[in-house]
Design a protein around this ligand. Structure first.
Ligand code: NAD
Ligand code: LMR
Length: 338
């Protein structure tokens, strides 16, 4: 590994480093895809003790790539050490739903992972750490992390809906035969689950409003369910959940957060709600967002029609249910994150 002395250096911790997403994500980070070629990276791979050896193997492969901007690679099985001084944290490792597990069991099992990781971030991370939760249920896991890190500002915690956003772009491009680069102002609202609302009310394709270009029936009955259920379709086809596309979306999310979103367009990210658009304060909810000066901002003053309102409300109701379940388990205090 070599270094470019003048370039800034960022310490990045990836959890679940020996998993499927980790195997795709780590190489993209190390090559400079995420933070840019002008930034050096120190990678930390966090795994459970049983998977630490596999993570060591991934670390060996990372070294063998001789990435010019990869300063160091270290493997940890201890969250406190892994998050000490971290600037970017990608929380990928999570407990998958097993046979016979109810949603409450899943939330409790993940609370056992994300609660301690939040405490470790609180104890050691940089104040301006950027946290992206990928592990499902991503929004509520992010809520748990943030609730366990009371000294870190709430706007440092996010969950990933960029994959849903990218899926929406791809479906629209396929339907209309245009390049994804011609499509703007798509939004994902709510939870990273089948209740999410992929919204094209304000979207434009080659400058023309989507509602004028594509019939409402296709949008409601094909586009929305295809995007919202794409994760399940991939599991059905692959026998495993999306991995390379999830890693790609994590790269996109973090790069947009750090380097900004293009003028005139927006993207989607689940951030801690400030009450915008009637979403209860403190929920980790996906919104249309822009990134300016390194901070996410909800796109303001969008008109929300009755159909959109009902879809947003349905997904937000699911987030409220999940929040109430983790509150009942004592994983989040009744007063919320702060
Ligand atoms: P995987 O099972 O291949 O890997 C998960 C890894 O996490 C395993 O190596 C496991 O040992 C590790 N892990 C478990 N607990 C840990 C802990 N406490 N600390 C550190 N590591 C831990 O799973 P995957 O395919 O990489 O997917 C990871 C998660 O991402 C899953 O929850 C999946 O549902 C989710 N996912 C989210 C999105 C999204 O868009 N938000 C998309 C795809 C997948
Ligand atoms: C996805 O959207 O591909 C995943 O979140 C699906 C899953 O349940 O892992």
């Amino acid at each position: 590994m070599s270094s470019t002395a003048a370039a800034p250096v960022v310490t990045i911790t990836v959890t679940g480093a020996a998993g499927q997403i980790g195997y795709s994500l780590l190489f993209r980070i190390a090559s400079g895809d995420m933070l840019g070629e002008d930034t050096r990276v120190r990678l930390r791979l966090l795994e459970v003790p049983q998977a630490a050896k596999a993570a060591e193997g991934t670390a060996m492969e990372l070294a063998d790539c001789a990435f010019p901007r990869l300063e160091s690679i270290d493997v940890y099985d201890d969250a406190r050490a892994a998050f000490d001084g971290v600037g970017v944290a990608l929380l990928v490792g999570a407990r998958p739903r097993g046979p016979g597990m109810e949603r409450g069991d899943l939330l409790e099992a993940n609370g056992g992972i994300f609660g301690p990781q939040g405490e470790a971030i609180n104890a050691g991370a940089a104040q301006d750490v950027r946290v992206l939760v990928v592990g499902n249920p991503a929004n509520t896991n992010a809520l748990i992390v943030a609730a366990h890190a009371p000294d870190i500002p709430a706007d440092r915690f996010t969950a990933m809906t960029r994959l849903d956003h990218n899926r929406a772009l791809s479906q629209l491009a396929d339907k209309t035969g245009v390049a994804v680069t011609e499509i703007e102002r798509v939004a994902i609202w709510g939870n990273h689950s089948a209740t999410q609302y992929p919204d094209v009310c304000h979207a434009r394709i080659a400058g023309r409003p989507v509602p004028e270009l594509i019939d409402a029936h296709w949008l409601e009955h094909t586009f929305i369910p295809t995007v919202a259920k794409r994760g399940a379709a991939i599991i059905e086809a692959r026998g495993a959940s999306s991995a390379a596309s999830a890693a790609n979306a994590a790269i996109d999310h973090m790069r947009s957060w750090v380097r900004g979103t293009p003028e005139g367009d927006w993207t989607s990210a689940a951030i801690v709600s400030d009450g915008s658009y009637g979403v209860p304060e403190g929920l980790v909810c996906s919104y249309p967002v822009v990134s300016r000066d390194g901070a996410w901002q909800v796109v303001p003053d969008l008109e929300v029609n009755a159909f959109a309102r009902s879809r947003i409300d349905r997904s937000v109701a699911e987030l409220v249910e999940e929040r109430d379940a983790v509150r009942a388990l004592g994983l989040v205090r009744p007063e919320g994150i702060r």
